[in-house]
Design a protein around this ligand. Structure first.
Ligand SMILES: CC(C)(COP(=O)(O)OP(=O)(O)OC[C@H]1O[C@@H](n2cnc3c(N)ncnc32)[C@H](O)[C@@H]1OP(=O)(O)O)[C@@H](O)C(=O)NCCC(=O)NCCS
Length: 149
């Protein structure tokens, strides 16, 4: 059964597993130390989706005033299309409610059609684009999206 668990600093194994998934999923993967330091910060909250002991996905968020930025949301390739991302987003929105955060913000690669569809289905709208926002070997424009909660 799928469960969503808030990630805490003492969840060393979970943070390690998250860093492992990052490497598999993102070209600009965050390291174990970057993830750990995000979990440790005060104006952040993070959660993991697990089935038994297996990590299927996670999100990392940080917030300023009443706005929350989705830094990461990801599901393992094998577990996609099964509603795991949906459950993670619902959990995130519920934490936003508890913290009285009223807006979710994110940026996403323009070519990332599955993620853009995922956000659109969940009520996010496009605010604009940033040219060559993502650098490195694969420079690409960002689409900026948001949702008022
Ligand atoms: C975006 C992501 C988190 C979605 O997670 P997921 O668990 O596969 O999504 P869900 O199964 O919960 O899908 C929820 C809805 O999103 C939309 N969606 C999800 N994947 C989609 C796809 N490949 N194509 C079109 N729509 C899609 C659908 O509307 C779906 O609802 P439906 O099943 O009723 O049609 C996942 O694709 C992922 O991890 N991608 C790689 C990492 C990434 O790009 N993260 C975002 C960076 S900004």
């Amino acid at each position: 059964m799928l469960s969503i668990k808030t990630m805490e600093l003492e969840d060393q194994d979970l943070i390690e597993q998250t860093a492992f998934l990052e490497q598999q999923i993102f070209p600009d993967a965050w390291s174990y130390h970057e993830i750990r330091s995000t979990v440790k910060q005060t104006h952040t909250f993070c959660a993991a989706a697990k089935e038994g002991d297996t990590l299927l996905g996670y999100y990392l968020c940080y917030y300023v005033l009443d706005e929350c930025e989705i830094a990461r949301i990801a599901v393992t390739e094998q577990a996609r299309g099964r509603g795991v991302g949906q459950r993670l987003l619902e959990h995130m929105e519920s934490v936003c409610g508890e913290k009285q955060l009223t807006k979710l913000l994110l940026d996403v690669r323009k070519s990332n059609k599955p993620a853009i569809s995922f956000y659109t289905k969940n009520g996010f709208t496009v605010d604009g684009e940033r040219k060559f926002y993502y650098g490195g070997d694969n420079p690409e424009d960002a689409v900026l999206m948001s949702k008022t909660l």
